[in-house]
Design a binder for this molecule. Structure first.
Ligand SMILES: CCCCC/C=C/C(=O)SCCNC(=O)CCNC(=O)[C@H](O)C(C)(C)COP(=O)(O)OP(=O)(O)OC[C@H]1O[C@@H](n2cnc3c(N)ncnc32)[C@H](O)[C@@H]1OP(=O)(O)O
Ligand SMILES: NC(=O)C1=CN([C@@H]2O[C@H](COP(=O)(O)OP(=O)(O)OC[C@H]3O[C@@H](n4cnc5c(N)ncnc54)[C@H](OP(=O)(O)O)[C@@H]3O)[C@@H](O)[C@H]2O)C=CC1
Length: 279
């Protein structure tokens, strides 16, 4: 783990080292994968960072590393599907750290299953985990910014929607909901000085891939024309760009970071069905 964190810390970046000095960044899902890379990058660029997720130990490992590097980072556990926990989380952050200026929502996940077999409980679990949690957090941030008469930036990490994604219909539906909400509030919240954007990663080498069956994993190199997964830092750089002043005129937009997977590639997350095998 410390090797991985060290490589994130050393990774080349185009951004200025004091870009976010004086800012507080909240990264949901910051204990692993894309969220962890984003949190580490914010910390390297001078932000005070708060990471959240359900598992305190995962958060502590990232916080301990960052603090040893001289960065300012805090880890507060929360179940973001529960609105009350989101409200309490914001109260705790404001009391102990300060009001976040920047929000990156990278908390989420799903399991692979053919859509025809999804149970109502499984559908609801994934919708709640990817639509409700993101919405609760972005709305709470916006409410606090409105109350305090200050703006902010929100970046939601979603999935690529253009071609559908066999094996994860539930998550596609949830993320499409986020895009609809994002485009709507980009207009409603512009007068409040709030920008809202999404980053849509392609296949990315994170712990999150551990839930996919071996036959799906074996074909992951077919997901895009580079024939490799992206790295969490390749996604993090886009999250940070959209949070930065360099993106001050960008709102309601989705930035796809998928190595061209939208244009060429195949991804069968629950395994390739017989019909789509070559004869
Ligand atoms: C462009 C490329 C994109 C593709 C690659 C994408 C990769 C990633 O997104 S990686 C990132 C994310 N990380 C994860 O996905 C983490 C793993 N997933 C989960 O934690 C769960 O899937 C969860 C999101 C559903 C967790 O919700 P929770 O409410 O805790 O779920 P339960 O375990 O209680 O299950 C509720 C219900 O859901 C059904 N179900 C859950 N897992 C499976 C499964 N593996 N297969 C089939 N059905 C599943 C099931 O109905 C569960 O109820 P019970 O039957 O009563 O257990
Ligand atoms: N890796 C990939 O190929 C791709 C990933 N994505 C999306 O990007 C996002 C980040 O994924 P990635 O970093 O790869 O995967 P990870 O599983 O590593 O990251 C997801 C993080 O979200 C946290 N989390 C999940 N559900 C909740 C919840 N209800 N409340 C609080 N925290 C939660 C998890 O922590 P904990 O379990 O401790 O709560 C975990 O740290 C996800 O939305 C994912 O679906 C999109 C496209 C491709």
């Amino acid at each position: 783990m410390s090797e991985l964190l060290e490589s994130l810390w050393q990774h080349d970046t185009a951004f200025r080292s004091d870009l976010f000095a004086g800012k507080v960044a909240l990264v949901c899902g910051g204990g692993s994968g894309i969220g962890r890379a984003t949190a580490v990058l914010f910390a390297r660029l001078g932000a005070t960072v708060v990471i959240t997720g359900r598992t305190q130990e995962k958060l502590d490992a990232v916080v301990d590393f960052a603090v040893k590097k001289g960065a300012r980072m805090h880890g507060f556990a929360a179940q973001l599907r529960e609105h009350e926990q989101v409200v309490t989380l914001f109260e705790k952050i404001e009391a102990e750290v300060g009001v976040p200026d920047l929000l990156v929502n990278s908390a989420g996940g799903q399991f692979p299953q053919d859509a025809i077999d999804l149970s109502p409980k499984g559908w609801n679990a994934v919708i709640t985990n990817n639509l409700n949690n993101t919405w609760f957090v972005m709305q709470r941030a916006a409410q606090r910014w409105r109350d305090l008469k200050r703006g902010g930036s929100i970046v939601n990490v979603i999935v690529v929607l253009e071609r559908g994604m066999p094996g994860v219909a539930h998550t596609q539906a949830a993320r499409a909901g986020i895009v609809g909400a994002m485009r709507t509030v980009a207009v409603e919240w512009a007068p409040l000085g709030i920008r809202v954007n999404c980053v849509a990663p392609g296949l990315t080498a994170s712990e999150g891939l551990d839930v996919y069956p071996p036959e799906a994993v074996a074909e992951f190199p077919l997901a895009n024309p580079f024939k490799r997964p992206g790295t969490p830092m390749e996604i993090a750089e886009s999250c940070v760009f959209l949070s930065a002043p360099a993106a001050s005129f960008i709102t309601g937009e989705t930035l796809t970071v998928d190595g061209g997977g939208k244009l060429w590639g195949e991804l069968w997350l629950a395994g390739r069905p017989e019909w789509y095998r070559t004869p």
